[in-house]
Every structure is written in C-alpha cells, then in structure tokens.
Design a protein around this ligand. Structure first.
Ligand code: GUN
Ligand code: ZN
Length: 428
C-alpha cells in the first residue's frame, strides 16, 4: 500500500505532562504524519516530509490539529440507548434503566445493531479505542468484537458477570458460567487482530464470593489480561458493599480477598477511597479511571486528580452513566470537576488524559495514544474553529494551548474533521 502523508498542526507528547509539564509536548504549526502499513513511520515538518516522500498520498488538513485518537478507558456499550435517562442515582439508575436494557442483549441481532451504532458514534467523536463492559450474555461480547474487528479498531471488552440475587434473575449467570463463558470468550478473541479480552466482574455487590473467586482464578491463569470493575462510586453503594461483605476491611478488600487486585486491574470511578485503598492500589500498580460526566450526572462525587501522583489514571465517558460519547465533553467535565477541587488542569494534561494517559491505564501506552514513530496510526483531526463560539474565542489565542482550550471546553463531534483507524480514513 502507498504511504500516506497527513498534513496539519501536530501536537506530540514525548512523555506525561502531568509529571514533566507542558514542555514535554512538541507543536508543529505545519506538521506532518507519515503513515506506512497502518503505523506512524515519521513525524515532523510537513514541507520536508512532503519533499522526502514524493510518492505518498497527501491529505492536507490545513490548520486543523492532528492528535492521537481518543482512548475511552471505561464504557458500557449496551447502555448506548439509555444515555441521558432522567432522575436517578446509581442503584436506582441500574434497576430502572440499565438492567432492563441490558436484558435485551440476549438477542444477538440487537447486540450487533447497538454495537455498530455505538462504535460509529465513537468514531464520529474521534474515539478510536475503548474498554467496554458488555452484558452477561456471551453474544453481547461476540457482537461487540465483531463490530470492532470489521472497523479495524483496537478495542477491549469483556462479559459482565453477575450471579448474586441483588441482580435481577433475568441478568444472572453463575460462578461456573462466569468462568467458563469468560474463558471461552478470552480464548476466542484475546489477541485476535486488535482486540483484547478484559475479565469483567460488574462490581462486588452483584457477584457472590464464589464468582469473584472464579474470576480471580481466571485472571491468575491469564495475568496478561486486564481486569475491569467498579470501585467506590457512591456512598450508598459503599454502605451496601459493607453490608454484603461484613468481613472486608473496605470496598477494595472485597476484590483483593478474591484475587481481583493486581497491576492489570482497572478500577472505574474510585471516588470515595480510604487511605488504605489508595495505598494498596499504588503498591500493586493498578489503574483507576476518572469518569467525570458520569460522576456529576449520577451524582456520585468529585474524583481526586491528586491520585495521579501515585496511580495511573485513565479518562472515560462511562456511557450510558456518562452523559456524552465525546472525550472532548469528558475533558471539559474533568476540567470543571478539578476546578471544584481547587486545581486547574492544563490543556496538555487534559489532552494527555484522553490519549496517552488512558492508553497507559489500559497497558497500551507503547502502541497507541501518542504521535510517535512506531505507534499505530489511530488519529483524530480536530477543527479548532468548529462553531462560532469556539472560533471567536480561539481567534484571540497566543499559543497552541490557548488555541485548543476553547475546543476542549466547548467542542463536540462537530470539531472532529477526520478520524484515521490504523492509517485508514474513516470518512471517504
Ligand atoms: N456500577 C455497577 N454497574 C455500573 C454501571 O453500569 N454504571 C455505573 N456508572 N456504575 C456501575
Ligand atoms: Zn461503569
């Protein structure tokens, strides 16, 4: 296949701006990304790349900004249709909206339809990789991976396991079925093309200890897999965990006691953590995921960004608990929540969280999430003047950070000019 040369502004992070400051990013006003076989081959000044690669197929995006495709580190694709459901907090929201919708995924045709709709919505929003929960139905996982595979996407997902009588009877598996189904799905999909299987107990209130044990055993047999779940999202939920697991020292201990705490663990929300929980997460090298639009929409609380000093932190929509599919809207919410906690996140930190930071949370920081040679060419191209409100604010900007910040705060899918998946443009 011919080389492809994509021209525009580029912003490339050599490391984590949280630790190293915004100077870790290199901005090219007239930059270029040379793509060969789906991978970034070179990055640099657009004019010189063009001169050195006269045979490349050139796409010039003008003043638009080329970034790595966004990485959504925690989502529920089966909740696509119930996004923006009114008026409930977590436990009632699950019972009123989520569980009835998830029950529909026993039908593979419905699962395939929603998986396709969800992934197309993500691509329209510039998101090229996500870690998604599915439902208890193995078919929901097959449908999701098949849809991601046909789009050439790097995607992570797993069967959501629930066997306790706290979950509705029509959405329960068993400890044995959770192990057997998860293992069969892992064998079928993990490492196929760009797909990864993620071991997925929903959260300790909907699993028996036998099920947590079974999934802990599966993880011990496949330690290279990620394990995703929820942790300390709402205070009512934490009280519920305490009543169901009276022996546990805290919420995290309900996972730890069953082999579900580890370096490849991904713990969604993690808002109301005890000091011991932070200590243990840091000791084992686990990651937590900030879901800011969900945390405000469901009324969960304010995530502590100070955790970044100790833990890998990913950023996520948590659709359909989150109120948007857009990682731009998600960055805006992260900024606002951080402001409420007394810290203004720099645009470099927000962009990093949505790309390289989330990729590192997913243990994919050496493959996606950066504009750098050798990285997979999943890219989003942002129009930094996509609405009148944004363009008039950006017109006053004196540097790239001031130019991009109005798009971070006010942008949505209208700002996404183009998306490339493994070097292929998504829109013709
Ligand atoms: N905790 C357990 N399941 C869920 C879910 O589907 N969404 C959110 N936001 N929290 C959960
Ligand atoms: Zn979730």
């Amino acid at each position: 296949m011919r080389d492809r040369l994509i021209l525009g502004q580029t912003l490339a992070f050599a490391g984590d701006p949280v630790a190293e400051g915004p100077a870790v990013a290199t901005h090219e006003q007239c930059g270029g990304v040379l793509i060969r076989d789906g991978v970034i081959a070179e990055l640099g000044d657009g004019t010189s790349l063009r001169a050195r690669h006269p045979g490349a197929e050139v796409t010039d995006h003008g003043a638009a900004l080329i970034l790595p495709g966004f990485v959504d580190a925690h989502a529920h694709y089966p909740q696509t249709a119930i996004i923006a459901s009114w008026g409930k907090r977590l436990i009632d929201w699950l019972n009123a909206y989520t569980f009835p919708e998830e029950a529909r995924f026993c039908d593979p045709a419905y699962a395939a339809e929603v998986a396709a709709r969800y992934l197309d919505l993500l691509l329209a929003n510039g998101t090229t990789t996500m870690a998604s929960f599915c439902t208890i139905h193995p078919e929901s996982v097959d449908s999701f991976f098949a849809a991601a595979q046909s789009r050439g996407m790097r995607a992570l997902a797993g069967k959501t396991c629930m066997d306790r009588d706290t979950a509705p009877v029509f959405l329960r598996d068993t400890a044995r079925a959770a192990y057997d189904d998860s293992r069969a799905l892992l064998d079928r999909w993990h490492g196929v093309d760009r797909l990864s299987y993620v071991i997925t107990p929903r959260f300790s209130p909907t699993s028996t200890e036998a099920q947590l044990d079974a999934l802990g055993a599966l993880w011990a047999e496949h330690p290279d897999c990620l394990m995703q779940t929820h942790l300390s999202e709402q205070t009512d939920e934490i009280a519920w965990v305490k009543s169901l697991y009276p022996e546990a020292r805290d919420y995290l201990d309900t996972y730890e006691a069953h082999g579900l705490l580890g370096a490849n663990g991904l713990y969604g929300h993690a808002i109301h953590l005890e000091p011991r929980e932070v200590e243990r997460l840091a000791e084992v090298g686990a990651a937590v995921v900030h879901c800011p639009t969900s945390n405000s929409f469901i009324g969960s609380g304010l995530f502590d960004m100070g955790l970044r000093a100790r833990l890998r932190v990913g950023l996520a929509t948590d659709t359909g608990g989150g109120s948007s599919f857009s990682m731009l809207r998600t960055m805006a919410a992260a900024y606002e929540i951080s402001q409420l906690k007394g810290t203004a996140l720099h645009p470099s930190e927000l962009l990093w969280l949505a790309t390289g930071g989330s990729a590192e949370a997913l243990r994919l920081g050496d493959r996606i999430g950066r504009l750098a040679p050798g990285y997979e060419a999943d890219l989003v191209v942002l129009d930094l003047a996509s609405t009148q409100a944004i363009s008039q604010a950006a017109a006053r900007a004196e540097d790239i950070w001031q130019t991009v910040f109005p798009t971070i705060m006010m942008g949505d899918d209208r700002a996404v000019a183009q998306v490339y998946v493994a070097g292929r443009p998504v829109r013709p």
